[in-house]
Design a protein around this ligand. Structure first.
Ligand SMILES: Cc1cc2nc3c(=O)[nH]c(=O)nc-3n(C[C@H](O)[C@H](O)[C@H](O)COP(=O)(O)OP(=O)(O)OC[C@H]3O[C@@H](n4cnc5c(N)ncnc54)[C@H](O)[C@@H]3O)c2cc1C
Length: 416
């Protein structure tokens, strides 16, 4: 990678694999930072780049046209000097030779390569060959689900993480008879903990969703090749005309097997994905960003992979700087996500972990207007989560960034 050290510009060819939010943000960031050389993006999907959060919200609810989820048109990218090749899958990488192999049979040489291939929805093998069982990861999934929803009444959602909980809320808002099934005791328990999980369970119940929590789905019942229900491990069956499976995801790294790109373990303790330093650098002239990338977190001293929208942008910006030889930024990356369910918007910053102390610092969780923090033993704020109290949430987010304790915050003069 040759970079002009005086202004950071470069005439080199930068190749991006994956035309999702992270890939597009990287192209923007490189141009924004003065890269004047070629940028090529290869994406396996046929659609122009689009955003995923609306898929389980406005697109599923039918309140947005599909175009509103679009990130960039091909014309916009062309105007920025970026070449986009869709329906093209990367199949192999030779780091030493700086060569990417594509399923079209092409070999492409690069000076710098960005891996932005995201994740794929995890499947249940029992669903193979069954009609009426849906996943929700891409635009095609959302359109197929939306189309079939119109003609059915009983919906079972398998998986009570944030995606399953959002899908259940949208389906219920459409007047469907919805059952949310999850192996955890509470919705989104891993992401938000017990107190907020309990509030979410109450929220779904109050809207009329049937909750089957603390019990796993074992198999599907069906007539011919069409699903008729979900069998639970305790022997009961939840009848369903349509089933949505939302049981997590796996990093899209299959094409990197045999390359020199280091991959993290993907098991109960490991986040999987491409192992990178804290600027996204994974191997010689190779960076990884977004959902697929496990970045080294110097504060937590571990690799962290975050499947949230804002991380895609932040990774892209930081890696673009590094690729162009700009001094690394050292501001800590603060993981952020939001989730919309009915009229509730939950926002979370930093780490939410059951190992940390949980404390409501403003409002009331029961009233669904609150800010709560997770702290370490000394009371230092590690995570902030809230709903309906934006100003206070922002203030506590700053406490997290500044490394303040709850005590310091509560005794400070600032009143919200
Ligand atoms: C339904 C849904 C709702 C969500 N809602 C929220 C939310 O409310 N808040 C939030 O913070 N986050 C949300 N997320 C997560 C957010 O969308 C992701 O964090 C974000 O899309 C990550 O962007 P990415 O570019 O890293 O990966 P992706 O969006 O997965 O894009 C990767 C792209 O690479 C392509 N690709 C994969 N392998 C190859 C290959 N070998 N060759 C070429 N192309 C390849 C994929 O097909 C895909 O198009 C949601 C996700 C989903 C699915």
């Amino acid at each position: 990678m040759t970079t002009n050290s005086t202004d950071g510009s470069s005439t080199s060819r930068i190749v991006i694999v994956g035309a999702g939010p992270a890939g597009i943000a990287a192209a923007d960031a490189l141009r924004g930072a003065g890269h004047v050389g070629e940028i090529l993006i290869f994406g396996e999907e046929a659609h122009p780049p689009y955003d995923r959060p609306p898929l389980s919200k406005q697109i599923l609810a039918g309140t947005w046209p599909l175009e509103k989820a679009r990130l960039r048109t091909r014309e916009e990218l062309t105007a920025a000097g970026t070449k986009l090749q869709l329906s093209t899958r990367a199949t192999a990488l030779d780091v030493q030779a700086h060569r990417l192999e594509l399923d079209s049979g092409q070999s492409v040489f690069y000076d710098a390569l960005i891996i932005a291939t995201g994740v794929r929805a995890r499947r249940l093998s029992a669903a193979q060959g069954l009609r009426g069982v849906h996943l929700l990861r891409g635009l095609d999934d959302a359109v197929a689900l939306r189309t079939e929803l119109d003609g059915v009444q009983k919906i079972a959602v398998v998986g009570s993480g944030f995606l399953g909980a959002e899908v259940a809320a949208v389906c219920r808002d459409q007047g469907k008879d919805v059952t949310l099934i999850g192996s955890r005791e509470l919705p989104m328990q891993e992401q938000v903990g017990d107190e907020i999980g309990t509030m979410l369970a109450d929220l779904h119940r109050s809207h009329g969703v049937h909750l089957e929590l603390g019990v796993s789905a074992a198999a599907f019942t069906h007539t011919g090749h069409h699903v008729t229900g979900v069998s639970l491990i305790d022997g009961r069956t939840v009848p369903a005309d349509l089933v949505v499976v939302a049981i997590g995801s796996e990093p899209s790294v299959d094409w990197l097997g045999g390359s020199e790109v280091p991959l993290a373990a993907f098991d109960d303790d490991g986040a999987g994905g491409v192992r990178c330093d804290s600027t996204g650098r994974a191997a010689k002239d190779v960076w990884a960003i977004g959902d697929v990338a496990a970045w080294w977190d110097p504060d937590r001293r571990q690799y962290v992979r975050v499947e949230h929208r804002q991380a895609a942008n932040e990774h892209a910006l930081r890696s673009a700087q590094d690729i162009l030889g700009r001094p690394a930024e050292h501001a800590p990356l603060v993981p952020y996500f939001w989730s919309d369910q009915y009229d509730l918007k939950i926002q979370s910053f930093g780490q939410q972990s059951r190992q940390h102390r949980f404390q409501v610092v403003d409002g009331s969780v029961d009233e669904r207007r609150f800010v709560a923090v997770s702290t370490d033993q000394s009371g230092r704020v590690l995570g902030v989560i809230g709903a309906g109290m934006f100003k206070s949430l922002r203030r506590w987010r700053q406490a997290l960034v500044d490394g303040n304790t709850v005590e310091e915050m509560l005794t400070s003069a600032f009143v919200t």
